[in-house]
Ligand binder design. Structure first.
Ligand code: MN
Length: 319
């Protein structure tokens, strides 16, 4: 029902703005470009509003000609599509466009989505927002070209860890199979997103691994990254993407966390679980959110204090 409402609204709109969350990931970037390129093929005026600079590893994603800085004023759009964004805080500077928009379509797969749209399509069974965008493009009757296929493939690959996480379903593989048959080079995209790292990132990985301490009889692994480590390795926050998984993958670990000192003196926390622990609940205790096995939050305190608070909260998972 929601899906047909969304397709109908998009078909009726002459101009569409597309926006995703701050610090965009592969799902956000791929979904936005896929939908943008598809709507462009229908002759719509399309603008992808970008709030933060994307990680360099995603610069290959097609559709950059549609992108505008969301801090810049744009002509009002009839319909604003918000993709992969759980709540309005995650829109950053994009909030001004949300306030001005005629109709807001909220398309997402986060369990914590606050249903802020005029039409909300929130499907927590979807592995990636890219899967929902795929369905929408199909229903609009648009043929997938290789550019659009590559965008969707990137979105799905990013959010499933290359089809490794348990959000990956038969539907996910079905869509991926079709995209490969259209001409997507799966190996190139998977390596681009998950294997390649710069020398600085590799040095940081070594130091982050070295910082690991375990708690709760080895079920919890904590990585800590200080501002000093960031300075010395020359890394930015995006360079830390995925590092926490090296802690999660340790035999016997159920919950892993990466704590990073931010420039404003707080601690940014990324959480992962292996099998059963609900990291969204842990993050929620600190005002954050996310998915069951991957979530995040910010704690405004010292590193030492943040580790202490977090350990207490994680302990509850082991009841
Ligand atoms: Mn996503």
């Amino acid at each position: 029902m929601m899906l047909t409402d969304i397709v109908k609204r998009l078909m009726e709109s002459g101009s569409v703005g597309i926006i995703t969350h701050i610090q965009p990931d592969g799902d956000a970037l791929g979904s936005a470009s896929a939908l943008g390129l598809a709507l462009e093929r229908l002759g719509k005026r399309v603008v992808i509003l970008r709030n933060d600079k994307p990680p360099a590893k995603y610069s290959f994603i097609p559709g950059s000609h549609l992108v505008a800085d969301c801090a810049e004023p744009i002509c009002p759009v009839e319909t604003l599509v918000v993709l992969d964004c759980a709540d309005l805080e995650r829109l950053g500077d994009g909030l001004q466009h949300y306030k001005m928009a005629g109709t807001v379509l909220n398309i997402d797969h986060h369990i914590s989505n606050t249903m802020f749209g005029n039409i909300n399509m929130v499907d927590t069974n979807a592995a990636a927002t890219g899967e929902l965008v795929y369905q929408i493009i199909k229903l609009m009757g648009i043929d997938l070209n290789t550019d659009i296929a590559e965008c969707i493939y990137t979105a799905i690959t990013a959010d499933t860890g290359c089809f490794k996480y348990d959000n990956t379903t038969a539907v996910t593989h079905g869509i991926a199979g079709e995209l490969i048959s259209i001409g997507v080079e799966s190996n190139r995209i998977c390596s681009q997103i998950f294997s390649l790292r710069t020398l600085q990132q590799t040095k940081m990985l070594g130091r982050a691994i070295d910082s690991i301490k375990t708690y709760h009889g080895g079920k919890t692994a904590i990585m800590t990254v200080t501002r000093k480590m960031m300075r010395e390795t020359g890394c930015s926050q995006e360079d830390l993407d995925g590092i926490v998984e090296f802690a999660r993958d340790i035999v016997g670990v159920e919950v892993a966390a990466l704590l990073r000192e931010t420039d404003d003196g707080g601690i940014k926390v990324g959480l992962r679980s292996k099998e059963y622990a609900d990291t969204a609940a842990i993050a929620a205790a600190f005002g954050g959110g996310g998915h069951r096995k991957a979530s995040g939050c910010t704690i405004s305190t010292s590193m030492e204090n943040a580790v202490e608070q977090l350990i207490k909260e994680i302990e509850k998972c082991y009841g």
